[in-house]
Ligand binder design. Structure first.
Ligand code: F6R
Length: 614
């Protein structure tokens, strides 16, 4: 969603704000803006479209703008009101003295707007955020205290927000607060920062504090004071961040997505490290606190997630059921929260989320928690809202993922599910020693197999080029690779905008087959195992309708050469682990098609990396 950043200190604020917004660009990119105090006056600079447009505006006025050492900035992903300069943040009140940036949604903005208009406020945008600017201004008129004005305003607003506010008459001060949206404070020497996420401040400081819901921080260059909504002072809890700025560089790759695909062998090693120690030792998951006796008695698991994380959850269902014999239901968080969900204290509820900030998944786990379920979170962000609300945690250790299309975090989620399923199976004693040894061995050699695929990526690049002009694409698979088909299709559609769909191969003849002719590529995922022959027959049916057939397989079966126009061969692997290998060529295929079409691979249109609104 949107990203916010604030700086107060002795350096040129706009440089720090623009750098910060660049590293938050993954959160939204349809417009941006900064508010600065220049020579005692609050001035706004805004642009529609990519951040580069704002940079150009700043460049044209740099001599004037660079004088300011305090400011707030915003990168927007539109929710209320089209992407336009009028709707871009920061927003101001009538007199222009208050400037405000906001991430989230003010749910009661219509009621507030009616009240504020009656008091004489003139609205200039279609956003929900502008109400907060007017509200803070009206509270400031009563109190002449910016922190108090923000506190009083938050008592009246409903919804989710991370806010940063400056006021022309309150020199060198930023007030920021949050409720159900992420916000982190960074502490420097003679300077302080606030941002939606760590990448915006990591190159300046590693000392940070995550603000909790309803806390308000008042920052000046040399002070930071946090209070809660009842005005109690909160002691500063300063953490040292483990992040390295180098993680945010493309390291010579053309796009972050390609770099992140290439990081996957190391990611697998990272996730296994410390958890899978030796073949004989049980898997160790230190942050899983679910009592072992309770775990043995579990009779149901529910997994909630969205998008790519939902696909990892679907693979998770398959392996937990296979290894542990516990029934698992998987549901999109956005569906889970709006029906009579049957959850209780005997159900383990697992939330899966790269960001740990996805609003629907947060709501789903909160709902389940209220009903007494143990909440286990699989996330790439141990510092996120979900992680902080979890009873148990499986940190996936993929490092920061910049590209909007998730790749390495999906891989890390899959490996985490293998570890979790083996951990549970070891506690339950539901899997034989030999099977365990084989699985652990296969996990250890997986990085080499991924490396092998990456070494031959040019083969996939050629296929990508050949099929890049097609308007539609079908991915088919069965069993444990059905989610791989869905994920392959999602990767392709989100970065190339090609209409790609994943189907269970057995479902083809129940409808989708009607679409097949020589304008439709069909990519069949044919990993050796239980369903190999079945998918082969489904592929025959598609070929008989003249579809353009592509195979992704670990088989050297000669029959495939007649049936398929192109074959992507990958190293042999057991069927149960095959999703972790089969996804890699599909990520590369999507990447090369999008790159060949000249699309904005790392920042596809209409998407945001962190979806913090329901
Ligand atoms: C797709 C993608 C999205 C996310 C989804 C959930 O490449 O990244 O589908 O997977 O928005 O986000 P998280 O995992 O952060 O909860």
């Amino acid at each position: 969603m949107c990203g916010i950043v604030g700086y107060v200190g002795d350096k040129t604020a706009v440089d720090i704000l623009l750098e910060g917004l660049t590293s938050l660009e993954y959160r939204g990119y349809d417009s941006s803006g900064v508010a600065l105090n220049i020579d005692g006056k609050v001035e706004l600079f805004k642009a529609q479209g990519k951040l580069q447009n704002l940079r150009n505006i700043v460049q044209n006025n740099y001599t004037q703008i660079s004088k300011s050492t305090i400011g707030i900035g915003h990168i927007r992903w539109a929710t209320h009101g089209v992407p336009s300069i009028a709707n871009a943040h920061p927003h101001t009140c009538n007199c222009g003295k208050v400037a405000i940036v906001h991430n989230g949604i003010i749910e009661n903005f219509k009621e507030l707007k009616v009240k504020l208009e009656a008091q004489g406020c003139t609205f200039r945008s279609q956003t929900d955020t502008e109400t907060v600017a007017h509200l803070v201004a009206s509270k400031f008129a009563q109190t002449h205290d910016l922190t108090e004005a923000v506190r009083l305003a938050t008592l009246e607003i409903e919804g989710a927000y991370a806010l940063a506010v400056i006021h022309q008459d309150v020199k060198n001060t930023i007030v920021a607060t949050r409720r159900n949206a992420p916000l982190v404070i960074g502490f420097g020497e003679g300077e302080n920062f606030v941002a939606s996420d760590i990448p915006a401040l990591i190159q300046y400081t590693k000392k940070a504090m995550y603000l909790d819901d309803n806390q308000i921080v008042t920052l000046t260059p040399n002070s930071a004071k946090v209070i809660d909504i009842e005005k109690n002072e909160i002691p500063l809890k300063v953490e040292t961040l483990p992040w390295e700025p180098v993680a945010l560089s493309k390291m010579g790759y053309k796009h972050f997505m390609l770099k992140e695909i290439h990081e996957q062998p190391d990611i697998v090693r990272n996730v296994l490290s410390g958890k899978l120690r030796t073949m004989d030792e049980p898997i160790s998951l230190d942050e899983v606190t679910l009592d072992k006796a309770k775990l043995k008695d579990l009779n149901r698991i529910q997994i909630v997630a969205c998008g790519t994380s939902l696909h990892a959850a679907m693979v998770g269902k398959y392996i937990i059921e296979d290894f542990c014999g516990i029934p698992v239901e998987v549901e999109a968080s956005s569906e889970y929260i709006y029906r009579k969900t049957i959850t209780d204290e005997n159900t383990l509820v697992i939330g899966v989320s790269q960001s740990g900030e996805t609003a629907d998944t947060i709501t789903a786990i909160r709902l389940a928690k209220k009903k007494g379920s143990h909440i286990l979170i699989v996330t790439n962000r141990p510092d996120s809202t979900m992680a902080r609300e979890a009873d148990s945690l499986v940190p996936v250790n993929a490092g920061i993922e910049v590209s909007v299309a998730a790749t390495k975090s999906y891989m890390a989620q899959l490996i985490s599910f293998y570890l979790l399923a083996i951990y549970m199976a070891e506690v339950k004693g539901s899997i034989s020693k030999e099977e365990l040894m084989d699985l652990k061995h296969e996990l250890i050699v997986l990085p080499q197999k991924i490396d092998k695929i990456l070494t031959h990526k040019e083969d996939i690049q050629k296929i990508a080029r050949k099929f890049s002009s097609f308007k539609d694409f079908i991915f088919v698979a069965r069993g444990i690779n059905f989610p791989t088909a869905l994920e392959g299709a999602l990767k392709l559609k989100e970065i190339s905008y090609i209409n790609a769909t994943g189907y269970s191969a057995g479902e083809l003849k129940h409808g989708p087959i009607a679409m097949l002719d020589d304008s439709m590529p069909v990519l069949a995922i044919l990993m050796k195992g239980k369903v190999y022959e079945k998918i082969l027959s489904n592929a025959e049916e598609a070929k008989a309708r003249n579809a353009r057939m592509i195979a992704l397989t670990d088989s050297d079966d000669q029959k495939l050469d007649e049936l398929f126009e192109n074959i992507i061969r990958i190293p042999e692997i057991s069927e149960i682990l095959s999703p972790a290998l089969a996804i890699v060529p599909l990520q590369l295929l999507a990447y090369y098609i999008a790159e060949f079409l000249g699309k904005d691979v790392d920042q596809p249109r209409n998407l945001a990396k962190s979806v913090t609104v329901e």
